[in-house]
Ligand binder design. Structure first.
Ligand SMILES: [Zn+2]
Length: 254
């Protein structure tokens, strides 16, 4: 199963995957009935989650119902515990929208919920995060997860996100980071996909963020509040929701 998932993730384009996966999962779910793990996004319970990952798939990671991963389940917990995101009627910009959040966020915030992306078929507005096509101070919340490692200029993108946030609004800007290294590593001269995979961990990544990720986000003028899984949640919660205990969520407040 791990080998199949790794092959599929590396060889089938992401937009195609996003469209066909729900159909496949309908049949897979039958084999995972149980109550050992719980998804914070869709509230389903299973005997375990599915393995997921491009190079070496992680066991027990992907919700067979809504396709959430560890990071999505953490975001929902954070939003519930620490923010008023679930008060209806907010102005929300969701860049590179994750499939597992779409229906519930749209039902909650109705026309105030706007999705944007350069390529994704899931997004309503075709947009480049380096030049967000919205006025200053428009949004209460911006989500832009697993995008900043792909873009040409991540600092410009974060300044743009800050610009469109209302004063007091917040952004969730999660990216893969290697906390073993102190400084973010980037080298624009590396353009070959194989070389990029070696240097940055994936063939379409432009950089590998390090422990300075939060500080780098803060250069935009946003205030960065760190929510560390291991400090904020119990072992039982981490196991039941299958979170990454080393993950840090960066809430960026204007
Ligand atoms: Zn789920």
């Amino acid at each position: 199963m791990k080998k199949i998932i790794s092959w599929v993730l590396r060889n089938i384009p992401r937009p195609v995957l996003q469209l066909i996966t729900p159909v496949v999962m309908f049949f897979v779910r039958i084999f995972y009935t149980g109550n050992k793990v719980e998804c914070t996004v869709c509230s389903s319970t299973y005997s375990s989650f599915l393995p997921y990952g491009r190079l070496t798939p992680r066991q027990n990671a992907l919700c067979p119902n809504c396709l959430s991963l560890e990071r999505h389940r953490l975001i929902i917990l954070y939003l519930k515990n620490k923010t008023d995101f679930f008060t209806p009627g907010k102005q929300v910009l969701h860049i590179a929208p994750e499939h597992c959040f779409l229906k519930s966020f749209e039902a909650l915030h109705k026309d105030g919920y706007i999705t944007g992306d350069l390529y994704s078929p899931l997004a309503k507005v075709k947009m480049d995060v380096h030049a967000i096509p919205f006025p200053d101070n428009k949004f209460d919340v911006v989500f832009c997860n697993h995008v900043l490692e792909h873009v040409t200029d991540d600092r410009l993108a974060v300044r743009e996100i800050r610009r469109v946030l209302k004063p007091g609004g917040f952004a969730i800007l999660q990216s893969p980071a290697d906390y073993r290294v102190e400084k973010t590593y980037e080298d624009p001269s590396i353009t070959d996909p194989l070389e990029r995979e070696k240097a940055f961990g994936q063939n379409d990544h432009m950089r590998l963020f390090g422990r300075d990720y939060g500080q780098r986000l803060g250069e935009s003028g946003l205030r960065i509040d760190q929510y560390e899984v291991a400090k904020e949640l119990s072992k039982e919660q981490i196991e039941r929701y299958r979170l990454d205990k080393g993950e840090i969520l960066y809430c960026c407040v204007k």
